[in-house]
Design a protein around this ligand. Structure first.
Ligand SMILES: Cc1cc2nc3c(=O)[nH]c(=O)nc-3n(C[C@H](O)[C@H](O)[C@H](O)COP(=O)(O)OP(=O)(O)OC[C@H]3O[C@@H](n4cnc5c(N)ncnc54)[C@H](O)[C@@H]3O)c2cc1C
Length: 394
């Protein structure tokens, strides 16, 4: 195991030396070259408080930290221009396959850069572009600690309070947080941070996603400068963007489920049990679930990243994230049932993959997402069968 990990990190180091050419190359192609190294490193990083430092550096070298910028800002438009939907969906899925913690961190980076470019001033967007190109990891931290007042801008324009479940805590050096200013809706602030500053990772005791550095960030006392304000109060929650953006985490989940499916197939090949009718049936059902998830993700991505998405994009993404969650849960069940106890024993690869996926599948408000998707269907005039595809479509 250790040798495999070292080989992976060596592969990443080799890629880092390719820096001069990587900036002009296709980041998706470069990402594919990094994947074996990232997957090997993920095994070694499955520890409390760990962080995928070398894999993130490889993403930077491959141009992925800058890819979510508009093309005029030096990026590839991933997650911000319609043409970037397909490549980003693939990148998120591939990352999820290789390492769910890294996929989570990258998804947050993409989300933050999208918000900066959608709601920041041209000068703020340009500064974010320079920072991303220089290798800064961005994050979006919105989750409040249960039972505590939300993060707010207090007297003398200083922050009061903290955020919890912040991925990349202590590592992300550009954090887009939501904070209250009086009784107005949440205001986005872009906070520059030094590595390690204000982070507490001791609270992240989850069974999986250990290397995502998901912790609490204490912001009390931090001064808020006027130029840190991004957009207006309420922009963060603006629809359909807010709900439609769920396609991105669903894409990472989809990749995680594909990794479980691959490990299940390897097990059946290795043990010679794949010809058994029951095992074959479960493998087939898992393959159906994985492809279902991928199709939902690709459709949701195209709709969310269209030039002027409407309420349909949000409703579709609400349903897509749940379709992907259902597919992933079915694949987890099929793998654990088919492999048996070995799937729960370290260092079996499936043990970690299942832990990471089960943990990362927990996303906010799944019941609400389903209810909102259903409400859209209930109110729509179109036949349900024509709702997403007009009758004129092939
Ligand atoms: C690995 C990981 C990394 C994360 N990183 C970040 C990050 O970087 N930034 C960030 O902001 N957040 C982050 N989060 C937090 C994430 O966005 C969610 O807030 C969190 O996962 C919520 O999970 P939950 O299951 O407790 O959700 P909940 O929304 O609390 O859902 C739990 C259950 O309660 C139901 N429910 C929800 N609301 C109600 C209600 N009012 N009444 C009745 N039932 C209700 C839901 O439908 C569900 O069945 C991360 C989470 C994970 C797992």
């Amino acid at each position: 195991m250790r040798r495999r990990c070292l080989q992976g990190i060596e592969a990443i180091s080799a890629l880092r030396q390719a820096r001069p050419t990587s900036r002009v190359a296709d980041p998706l192609e470069l990402l594919r070259q990094c994947l074996p190294g990232i997957a090997a490193a993920a095994a070694a990083e499955d520890e409390d408080g760990a962080f995928p430092t070398s894999s993130l550096a490889a993403l930077d070298e491959a141009g992925l930290l800058a890819a979510p910028l508009r093309r005029v800002l030096g990026g590839h438009g991933w997650g911000i221009e319609a043409a970037g939907a397909g490549p980003l969906a693939q990148a998120l899925r591939l990352l999820g396959r290789a390492s769910l913690p890294l996929g989570r961190l990258y998804e947050g980076h993409v989300n933050a850069l999208r918000l900066m470019q959608r709601f920041g001033t041209p000068a703020q967007a340009a500064a974010a572009a320079r920072d991303a190109a220089a290798g800064h990891l961005f994050a979006v931290w919105n989750t409040e600690a249960p039972g505590e007042p939300p993060l707010s801008i207090g007297p003398e324009a200083r922050l009061l309070g903290r955020k919890v479940l912040c991925s990349g805590a202590g590592h992300a050096t550009r954090a887009l947080v939501t904070a209250r200013d009086g009784d107005r809706p949440p205001q986005m602030l872009l906070l520059p941070l030094a590595p390690g500053e204000r982070a507490d990772l001791s609270v992240w005791t989850a069974q999986g996603m250990r290397a995502s550095a998901t912790g609490a960030m204490a912001f009390t006392g931090m001064p808020v400068e006027p130029e840190m304000h991004i957009g207006s109060p309420g922009d963060y929650l603006r629809q359909p963007d807010f709900s439609a953006g769920a396609w991105r985490f669903a894409a990472v989940h989809c990749g995680g489920a594909e990794a479980v499916l691959a490990a299940l197939r390897d097990h059946l090949r290795r043990t010679g049990r794949g010809g058994d009718a029951n095992q074959a049936a479960r493998l087939g059902q898992a393959a159906i679930a994985a492809e279902t998830a991928r199709l939902w993700v690709e459709q949701a991505a195209t709709r969310a990243e269209a030039p002027a998405p409407g309420a349909e994009a949000a409703a579709y993404a609400n349903l897509a994230r749940l379709a992907v969650e259902r597919a992933a849960l079915d694949i987890l069940e099929a793998a654990q049932r088919s492999v048996g106890l070995a799937a729960f024993l370290r260092p079996n690869l499936l043990e970690r993959l299942c832990r990471d996926l089960a943990t990362y599948l927990r996303q906010p408000g799944p019941d609400r997402a389903l209810a909102e998707g259903a409400a859209y269907l209930l109110a729509a005039e179109a036949e349900p069968g024509d709702l997403w595809h007009p009758p004129s479509a092939p």
